[in-house]
Design a protein around this ligand. Structure first.
Ligand code: MFK
Length: 209
Protein backbone atom coordinates (compact mmCIF):
# COMPACT_ATOMS: atom_id res chain seq x y z
CA UNK A 1 0.00 0.00 0.00
CA UNK A 2 1.25 3.53 -0.82
CA UNK A 3 0.52 6.67 1.23
CA UNK A 4 -1.98 7.67 -1.48
CA UNK A 5 -4.05 4.53 -0.81
CA UNK A 6 -4.76 5.64 2.77
CA UNK A 7 -6.69 8.88 2.05
CA UNK A 8 -10.09 9.08 3.74
CA UNK A 9 -13.18 8.63 1.55
CA UNK A 10 -13.90 12.35 1.25
CA UNK A 11 -10.35 13.29 0.26
CA UNK A 12 -10.21 10.39 -2.21
CA UNK A 13 -13.56 11.33 -3.82
CA UNK A 14 -12.62 15.03 -4.06
CA UNK A 15 -9.36 14.20 -5.81
CA UNK A 16 -10.99 11.63 -8.09
CA UNK A 17 -13.91 14.01 -8.79
CA UNK A 18 -11.68 16.65 -10.37
CA UNK A 19 -12.41 17.23 -14.03
CA UNK A 20 -10.38 14.91 -16.23
CA UNK A 21 -8.35 17.07 -18.57
CA UNK A 22 -9.14 16.38 -22.23
CA UNK A 23 -5.79 15.76 -23.92
CA UNK A 24 -4.73 13.50 -26.79
CA UNK A 25 -3.42 11.14 -24.08
CA UNK A 26 -6.73 10.93 -22.10
CA UNK A 27 -8.62 10.73 -25.41
CA UNK A 28 -6.49 7.72 -26.36
CA UNK A 29 -7.42 6.13 -23.00
CA UNK A 30 -11.15 6.72 -23.74
CA UNK A 31 -10.68 5.05 -27.12
CA UNK A 32 -8.95 2.07 -25.50
CA UNK A 33 -11.87 1.62 -23.05
CA UNK A 34 -14.31 1.78 -25.99
CA UNK A 35 -12.23 -0.92 -27.69
CA UNK A 36 -12.36 -3.05 -24.50
CA UNK A 37 -16.17 -2.71 -24.48
CA UNK A 38 -16.25 -3.81 -28.13
CA UNK A 39 -13.98 -6.73 -27.29
CA UNK A 40 -16.15 -7.81 -24.33
CA UNK A 41 -19.22 -7.80 -26.59
CA UNK A 42 -17.41 -9.89 -29.18
CA UNK A 43 -16.15 -12.36 -26.53
CA UNK A 44 -19.63 -13.25 -25.27
CA UNK A 45 -20.96 -13.83 -28.80
CA UNK A 46 -18.24 -16.01 -30.35
CA UNK A 47 -17.11 -19.65 -30.10
CA UNK A 48 -13.61 -19.41 -31.73
CA UNK A 49 -11.54 -22.41 -32.80
CA UNK A 50 -8.93 -23.82 -30.37
CA UNK A 51 -6.13 -22.28 -32.49
CA UNK A 52 -7.79 -18.84 -32.49
CA UNK A 53 -8.40 -19.08 -28.75
CA UNK A 54 -4.73 -19.88 -28.07
CA UNK A 55 -3.65 -16.96 -30.27
CA UNK A 56 -6.02 -14.52 -28.57
CA UNK A 57 -5.08 -15.71 -25.08
CA UNK A 58 -1.38 -15.08 -25.84
CA UNK A 59 -2.14 -11.58 -27.22
CA UNK A 60 -4.27 -10.73 -24.19
CA UNK A 61 -1.59 -11.91 -21.77
CA UNK A 62 0.93 -9.68 -23.58
CA UNK A 63 -1.37 -6.64 -23.30
CA UNK A 64 -2.11 -7.42 -19.65
CA UNK A 65 1.64 -7.39 -18.90
CA UNK A 66 1.98 -3.99 -20.67
CA UNK A 67 -0.78 -2.55 -18.48
CA UNK A 68 0.50 -4.10 -15.26
CA UNK A 69 3.86 -2.44 -15.87
CA UNK A 70 2.05 0.96 -15.91
CA UNK A 71 -0.16 0.47 -12.81
CA UNK A 72 -0.65 3.59 -10.65
CA UNK A 73 -2.39 4.16 -7.24
CA UNK A 74 -6.20 4.60 -7.36
CA UNK A 75 -6.07 8.35 -6.79
CA UNK A 76 -3.97 8.87 -9.95
CA UNK A 77 -6.05 6.69 -12.26
CA UNK A 78 -8.22 7.94 -15.12
CA UNK A 79 -10.54 4.92 -14.74
CA UNK A 80 -13.68 5.94 -12.81
CA UNK A 81 -13.26 9.62 -13.63
CA UNK A 82 -15.11 11.79 -16.13
CA UNK A 83 -18.70 11.89 -14.93
CA UNK A 84 -20.01 14.64 -17.25
CA UNK A 85 -22.86 14.10 -19.70
CA UNK A 86 -21.04 11.08 -21.17
CA UNK A 87 -20.77 9.35 -17.78
CA UNK A 88 -17.69 8.01 -16.09
CA UNK A 89 -14.83 6.14 -17.73
CA UNK A 90 -15.79 2.68 -16.49
CA UNK A 91 -16.70 -0.82 -17.66
CA UNK A 92 -18.97 -2.05 -14.83
CA UNK A 93 -22.22 -0.83 -16.40
CA UNK A 94 -23.27 0.24 -19.89
CA UNK A 95 -22.24 3.85 -20.56
CA UNK A 96 -24.83 6.17 -18.96
CA UNK A 97 -25.63 9.32 -20.96
CA UNK A 98 -26.91 12.10 -18.71
CA UNK A 99 -29.61 14.21 -20.41
CA UNK A 100 -31.08 16.46 -17.69
CA UNK A 101 -29.63 17.34 -14.27
CA UNK A 102 -31.78 19.21 -11.74
CA UNK A 103 -31.37 19.64 -7.98
CA UNK A 104 -33.71 16.71 -7.20
CA UNK A 105 -34.05 14.88 -10.52
CA UNK A 106 -31.78 13.35 -13.18
CA UNK A 107 -32.82 11.99 -16.56
CA UNK A 108 -30.45 9.70 -18.46
CA UNK A 109 -30.38 6.99 -21.09
CA UNK A 110 -28.23 4.05 -22.03
CA UNK A 111 -27.95 1.12 -24.44
CA UNK A 112 -26.70 -2.14 -22.88
CA UNK A 113 -24.61 -4.20 -25.23
CA UNK A 114 -24.44 -8.00 -25.46
CA UNK A 115 -21.75 -8.21 -22.71
CA UNK A 116 -24.41 -7.39 -20.09
CA UNK A 117 -26.61 -10.40 -20.94
CA UNK A 118 -28.26 -12.48 -18.22
CA UNK A 119 -30.22 -14.96 -20.33
CA UNK A 120 -32.54 -15.08 -23.33
CA UNK A 121 -31.89 -11.49 -24.43
CA UNK A 122 -32.48 -10.00 -20.97
CA UNK A 123 -29.97 -7.86 -19.10
CA UNK A 124 -28.31 -9.47 -16.05
CA UNK A 125 -30.16 -8.42 -12.89
CA UNK A 126 -26.96 -7.43 -11.10
CA UNK A 127 -26.19 -4.98 -13.89
CA UNK A 128 -29.66 -3.42 -13.56
CA UNK A 129 -28.90 -2.88 -9.84
CA UNK A 130 -25.42 -1.53 -10.66
CA UNK A 131 -26.95 1.00 -13.09
CA UNK A 132 -29.26 2.20 -10.30
CA UNK A 133 -26.35 2.36 -7.82
CA UNK A 134 -24.36 4.58 -10.20
CA UNK A 135 -27.27 6.83 -11.18
CA UNK A 136 -28.85 7.16 -7.73
CA UNK A 137 -25.38 7.71 -6.22
CA UNK A 138 -24.89 10.58 -8.60
CA UNK A 139 -28.32 11.95 -7.63
CA UNK A 140 -27.42 11.74 -3.93
CA UNK A 141 -24.07 13.47 -4.54
CA UNK A 142 -25.79 16.46 -6.13
CA UNK A 143 -24.09 19.38 -7.81
CA UNK A 144 -21.99 19.94 -4.67
CA UNK A 145 -20.34 16.52 -5.09
CA UNK A 146 -21.29 15.30 -1.59
CA UNK A 147 -19.44 12.07 -0.88
CA UNK A 148 -22.04 9.38 -0.13
CA UNK A 149 -22.12 5.62 0.11
CA UNK A 150 -25.00 3.26 -0.57
CA UNK A 151 -26.53 2.04 2.72
CA UNK A 152 -29.19 0.01 0.91
CA UNK A 153 -30.53 -0.40 -2.61
CA UNK A 154 -33.74 -2.34 -3.33
CA UNK A 155 -34.44 -3.23 -6.96
CA UNK A 156 -37.80 -4.45 -8.25
CA UNK A 157 -37.69 -6.20 -11.61
CA UNK A 158 -41.02 -5.57 -13.36
CA UNK A 159 -40.24 -6.72 -16.92
CA UNK A 160 -37.11 -7.99 -18.67
CA UNK A 161 -34.66 -5.22 -19.57
CA UNK A 162 -33.72 -5.68 -23.25
CA UNK A 163 -30.21 -5.41 -24.67
CA UNK A 164 -29.20 -3.28 -27.65
CA UNK A 165 -32.20 -0.95 -27.25
CA UNK A 166 -32.47 2.57 -25.85
CA UNK A 167 -33.35 2.51 -22.14
CA UNK A 168 -34.54 5.65 -20.33
CA UNK A 169 -33.66 6.29 -16.72
CA UNK A 170 -34.93 8.71 -14.14
CA UNK A 171 -33.66 9.35 -10.60
CA UNK A 172 -35.34 11.47 -7.91
CA UNK A 173 -34.56 12.64 -4.40
CA UNK A 174 -37.53 11.55 -2.26
CA UNK A 175 -36.43 13.05 1.06
CA UNK A 176 -33.41 14.24 3.04
CA UNK A 177 -32.80 13.69 6.76
CA UNK A 178 -29.51 14.90 8.17
CA UNK A 179 -26.79 12.86 6.31
CA UNK A 180 -29.40 10.54 4.74
CA UNK A 181 -30.69 10.89 1.20
CA UNK A 182 -33.59 8.65 0.19
CA UNK A 183 -33.66 8.37 -3.58
CA UNK A 184 -35.67 6.42 -6.15
CA UNK A 185 -35.14 5.41 -9.76
CA UNK A 186 -36.95 3.93 -12.74
CA UNK A 187 -35.68 2.19 -15.86
CA UNK A 188 -37.97 2.29 -18.92
CA UNK A 189 -37.93 0.65 -22.36
CA UNK A 190 -40.37 2.82 -24.29
CA UNK A 191 -43.63 2.67 -22.33
CA UNK A 192 -42.60 -0.43 -20.37
CA UNK A 193 -41.35 -0.01 -16.80
CA UNK A 194 -38.58 -2.64 -16.62
CA UNK A 195 -37.27 -1.95 -13.12
CA UNK A 196 -37.48 0.48 -10.24
CA UNK A 197 -35.31 1.05 -7.19
CA UNK A 198 -35.33 2.70 -3.77
CA UNK A 199 -32.09 3.50 -2.05
CA UNK A 200 -30.58 5.23 0.95
CA UNK A 201 -27.26 7.04 0.54
CA UNK A 202 -25.43 8.28 3.64
CA UNK A 203 -23.01 11.19 3.39
CA UNK A 204 -19.59 10.25 4.74
CA UNK A 205 -18.00 11.96 7.73
CA UNK A 206 -14.31 12.97 7.79
CA UNK A 207 -12.21 9.90 8.57
CA UNK A 208 -14.63 7.45 6.93
CA UNK A 209 -13.24 5.19 4.21
C1 MFK B 1 -18.84 12.07 -5.95
C2 MFK B 1 -18.82 10.61 -6.26
C3 MFK B 1 -20.18 10.03 -6.49
C4 MFK B 1 -20.08 8.56 -6.75
C5 MFK B 1 -21.36 7.83 -6.54
C6 MFK B 1 -21.03 6.49 -5.99
C7 MFK B 1 -22.14 5.52 -6.19
C8 MFK B 1 -21.69 4.16 -5.77
C9 MFK B 1 -21.71 4.08 -4.27
C10 MFK B 1 -21.35 2.73 -3.79
O1 MFK B 1 -21.53 1.75 -4.47
S1 MFK B 1 -20.68 2.62 -2.26
C11 MFK B 1 -20.36 0.89 -2.09
C12 MFK B 1 -21.48 0.15 -1.41
N1 MFK B 1 -21.73 0.70 -0.09
C13 MFK B 1 -20.91 0.48 0.93
O2 MFK B 1 -19.89 -0.18 0.84
C14 MFK B 1 -21.31 1.12 2.23
C15 MFK B 1 -20.92 0.27 3.45
N2 MFK B 1 -21.51 0.88 4.65
C16 MFK B 1 -20.93 1.95 5.22
O3 MFK B 1 -19.85 2.40 4.85
C17 MFK B 1 -21.67 2.59 6.35
O4 MFK B 1 -22.59 1.67 6.91
C18 MFK B 1 -22.44 3.89 5.91
C19 MFK B 1 -21.44 4.92 5.36
C20 MFK B 1 -23.51 3.59 4.83
C21 MFK B 1 -23.16 4.47 7.12
O5 MFK B 1 -22.24 4.53 8.18
P1 MFK B 1 -22.09 5.82 9.09
O6 MFK B 1 -21.24 5.41 10.26
O7 MFK B 1 -21.68 7.01 8.30
O8 MFK B 1 -23.57 6.12 9.51
P2 MFK B 1 -24.40 5.64 10.79
O9 MFK B 1 -24.30 4.17 10.99
O10 MFK B 1 -24.05 6.56 11.91
O11 MFK B 1 -25.86 5.96 10.26
C22 MFK B 1 -26.23 7.29 9.88
C23 MFK B 1 -27.75 7.24 9.68
O12 MFK B 1 -28.05 6.36 8.57
C24 MFK B 1 -28.88 5.29 9.01
N3 MFK B 1 -28.46 4.07 8.30
C25 MFK B 1 -27.20 3.65 8.07
N4 MFK B 1 -27.20 2.50 7.37
C26 MFK B 1 -28.51 2.19 7.17
C27 MFK B 1 -29.17 1.12 6.52
N5 MFK B 1 -28.50 0.14 5.92
N6 MFK B 1 -30.51 1.14 6.50
C28 MFK B 1 -31.22 2.14 7.08
N7 MFK B 1 -30.65 3.19 7.71
C29 MFK B 1 -29.31 3.20 7.76
C30 MFK B 1 -28.62 5.19 10.49
O13 MFK B 1 -29.71 4.56 11.15
C31 MFK B 1 -28.49 6.65 10.86
O14 MFK B 1 -29.77 7.24 10.89
P3 MFK B 1 -30.11 8.48 11.86
O15 MFK B 1 -29.32 9.66 11.37
O16 MFK B 1 -31.59 8.65 11.71
O17 MFK B 1 -29.70 8.02 13.24
Amino acid sequence: MTSLDSLDGIAMAKRRGRRLEDTPHTQAYREMLAAVRGFQNAVVQANPSPEELAQMTASLQEMQAMLEAQAVPEVERWYGRGGGRDGKLQLVTPQLRIDVVEEDRIQAHTVAEEFYIGMNGAMHGGIVAAIFDALLGRMASGAQGRVCRTAYLTTNYRAITPLNERLDLVAKVESVERRKRFVSGQLWHGDTLCAEADALFVELLPGHQ
